[in-house]
Design a protein around this ligand. Structure first.
Ligand code: NAD
Length: 428
């Protein structure tokens, strides 16, 4: 590995930045992670991870012990001698849906005149087309190549995804800079697509929009199955055998969300409208997702109404937007719960990792049992494996009622029916 190690600064130590920095150090590079959030940096240095990702704490610790991974709040100090500077900065939606590039612009301006000649700036943030050009102009130096290198890691398996990616996309005007960035991912056995920056920037938005659209399709299919008496799980199994469709991302659920899909679909819609080529399919995917979240909430309220109680208790399982992460940003579970607040119901929720989230009108408890105790209705909103393992007796000893809304299709409805439960899922 000697000779292939590089000095890298990673700017923004959030979900992507921390994973990127720790994994690049794992690959043998010397990495400094920078953040403006001094508390976050202090906490990581003290061994407390700001996010939960399997294996992350371990590789951060081993990187620190080896001396290859350090943390700082000093942006300019961190880029001295750096051969590569990665931007892993937030790009939230602005009020018109466009990606807000304030953090990227600010950092690019601060870096102007402070990067060593020959340094390559690698942008990992999800950004609209022509952002690489914009960054290059702000840096104001022909000696600094700006390369787009969108990140495809999935929360819940971020470390694995980073170390074993299914593809690496590099968008560069300079082929040499593009090759250099591809070569940083030592030993990655996957296709490396070196293309132009605008195409690389587009790939990331198109990928997320396509996946969101796929889930919207599955959820609409679930509603169709519901109306005609088909079983959406069987239907999707049948679709998945077709290699042109693929067997993944065909699970119905309460709706899609998370830190990326909502903002990235909105940003693509806004960008497409701005060039007068509206992506109406994505607009419809967003709209139908909202409707589906409404339907999921309505199903739970309907079940609560049928208990005949004036203030039934609903035990909610799951708050994160998916399993194996503690991220609740734009979680569909929370979107459903917010729609339940204000109705005449008592809301008690449990999540294995989301232990700080709070919603007015909802009580968060520390165990599945506490959520289910004396519940008139239960609702499963996140696909945590621990919920999938639940058996009828786990509910029967605790719940008052016999209805479970399984918005993640985890439970074996037949065995629950045999035990006297009614498990309701849209289209099953
Ligand atoms: P995040 O909010 O978790 O992290 C961003 C970090 O940047 C924060 O720690 C913040 O304090 C820091 N920051 C903000 N301004 C700064 C500045 N001026 N200088 C230094 N640090 C600064 O965001 P994230 O989820 O890591 O996403 C980062 C980018 O990566 C976004 O564009 C996102 O769309 C994209 N992305 C995210 C994921 C994901 O799963 N989270 C996956 C792929 C791509």
């Amino acid at each position: 590995m000697a000779g292939s190690q590089h000095r890298i600064s990673v700017v923004g130590t959030g979900y992507v930045g921390l994973t990127t920095g720790a994994c690049l150090a794992r690959l043998g590079h010397r990495v400094t992670c920078v953040d403006i959030d001094a508390e976050k940096i202090a906490s990581i240095e003290a061994g407390r991870m700001p996010i939960y990702e399997e294996g992350l704490a371990e590789i951060v610790q081993s990187g620190q012990l080896s001396g290859r991974l350090t943390f700082t709040t000093d942006l300019i100090g961190s880029v001295k001698g750096a051969e590569f500077v990665f931007l892993c900065l937030p790009t939230p939606a602005d009020e018109d849906g466009f990606a807000d590039l304030t953090a990227i612009r600010k950092v690019a301006q601060e870096l102007r005149g402070n990067l060593d000649p020959g340094c390559v700036l690698v942008n990992k943030s999800t950004v609209p087309v022509n952002s690489a050009r914009m960054i290059s102009e702000l840096l104001g130096s022909d000696d600094i190549a700006v390369v787009s290198n969108p990140e495809f890691l999935r929360e819940g398996s971020a470390v694995q995804d980073f170390l074993n990616p299914d593809r690496i996309v590099v968008g560069a005007d300079s082929p040499i800079a593009g090759e250099k960035v591809g070569a940083l991912y030592l030993g990655a056995r996957c296709p490396v697509l070196v293309t132009d920056p605008v195409s690389a920037e587009s790939i990331k938005y198109m990928a997320n929009a396509f996946l969101a659209m796929k889930i919207s399709f599955v959820n609409q299919a679930a509603e169709f199955c519901d109306a005609v008496g088909a079983n959406v799980i069987e239907v999707m199994k049948g679709l998945g055998f077709d290699p042109r469709i693929g067997a993944t991302f065909l699970s119905p659920g309460p709706g899609w969300g998370g830190s990326c899909f909502p903002k990235d679909t909105r940003a693509l819609v806004a960008s497409a409208r701005a060039v007068d080529r509206p992506m109406t399919m994505i607009e419809e995917a967003i709209r139908s997702n909202e409707i589906h979240i409404d339907r999921t909430a309505a199903l739970i309220l309907d079940a609560a109404g049928k208990t005949g109680k004036s203030h039934p208790k609903i035990g909610l399982l799951g708050l994160t937007f998916k399993s194996n992460t503690d991220d609740t940003r734009e979680s569909p579970a929370l979107a459903v719960i917010r729609r339940l607040v204000g109705h005449s119901v008592e809301l008690v929720a449990f999540d294995p990792l989301a232990t700080t989230v709070s919603i007015d009108g909802m009580t968060r408890v520390r165990s599945i049992d506490d959520a289910l105790r004396e519940a008139d209705v239960a609702a499963i909103l996140t696909e945590w494996p621990v919920f999938a393992e639940l058996k009828p007796h786990d509910f029967s000893g605790l719940m008052h009622g016999k209805t479970i809304v399984d918005a993640r299709y985890l439970l074996d409805s037949e065995s629950f029916a045999n035990a006297g439960f009614r498990v309701i899922s849209i289209g099953r």
